[in-house]
Design a protein around this ligand. Structure first.
Ligand code: ZN
Length: 281
């Protein structure tokens, strides 16, 4: 199953067309995309059995984040060995660094992103994003996938000067400028994948491929992250987890490379779709 946020309304994506959930369910489910995760199991059962009307054409420009207002966004650093190496860090022994992307940075999949005023080094990080569908607290690994509503593509856009300057790094602020957390193009449930633990991620700048990895190379897989995170705090329905980026970010290149006005960043995950960000001054 795929769900999308179309101009703020929850939709099922069926054969590439959009079915409005509030209308199709006769008002049983709200149009608010964020609200559906509170009733995820009930929604899935309804969607599986419902006789849905024919969908309407889906315009990518109208897509917003399938989880537009999570109570918590947890983002994971250094979760691929090759990216830890290019960043000059050892692979973390216990929990990797965890930071947040503040909710105002979340957008849909096709956007214009304003480069932070005063410059800075704006960089890309394609990531698999997991959205929680059932409260997770003290979860065991065998049950972890059952707490995931679905997967989406995410971009952990990062302003490296702000992120790394100062006595302690400012990961959360440096990664939370407006538009720095595009998510989409929709949410795909885990059962749609042959193996949800092995998906290819790609990222290109102006058509040139800069990142290519597979989620099987995550240091902590999606289930392992849910175990480790839910041992510390509860993960709530609708929460977003950015799972980390593979090698190929701008700061890890020689010479370093950062985004400039006019650059187009395309990020994709196999079996889900792609994000497209255009950067402006
Ligand atoms: Zn990241």
């Amino acid at each position: 199953m795929r769900i999308a946020n179309i101009s703020g309304r929850l939709a099922l994506v069926v054969d590439g067309r959009a079915v409005d959930v509030e209308k199709a369910s006769g008002g049983r489910f709200s149009a608010d995309p964020q609200a559906v995760y509170e009733r995820w199991e009930e929604f899935r059962s309804w969607a599986a059995a419902a006789e849905l009307p024919a969908g309407t054409a889906l315009d990518p420009a109208e897509l917003a984040s399938p989880a537009p207002a999570p109570r918590q966004t947890l983002a994971i650093g250094l979760n691929y060995r090759d990216h830890a190496a290019e960043s000059g860090f050892a692979v973390p022994e216990g929990l990797p660094p965890v930071f947040t992307k503040f909710v105002t940075s979340i957008t849909g999949p096709v956007t214009e992103v304003k480069l932070p005023t005063g410059g800075g080094d704006t960089d890309w990080e394609v990531e698999l994003v997991a959205v929680i569908g059932r409260r997770a607290e003290g979860v065991h690994e065998a049950d972890a996938w059952s707490h995931v509503a679905g997967l989406a593509v995410g971009q952990d856009i990062s302003e490296r000067v702000g992120q790394l300057t100062g006595p302690a790094p400012q990961f959360s602020l440096g990664k939370s400028h407006p538009g720095f957390a595009p998510i989409g193009p929709w949410l795909v449930t885990p059962d749609e994948f042959d193996d949800p633990d092995d998906l290819e991620l790609r990222c290109a700048v102006n058509g040139e491929e800069v990142q290519k990895g597979r989620t099987r190379d995550l240091v902590l897989s999606v289930p392992a992250l849910i175990v480790r995170l839910s041992a510390v705090l509860p993960l709530l329905p609708g929460d977003v987890v950015f799972t980390g980026t593979p090698a190929g970010v701008g700061i890890g290149r020689d010479p370093r490379r950062f985004l400039a006005a006019g650059d187009v960043l395309v990020s994709s995950v196999e079996g889900i779709g792609e994000l497209r960000q255009t950067f402006v001054a």
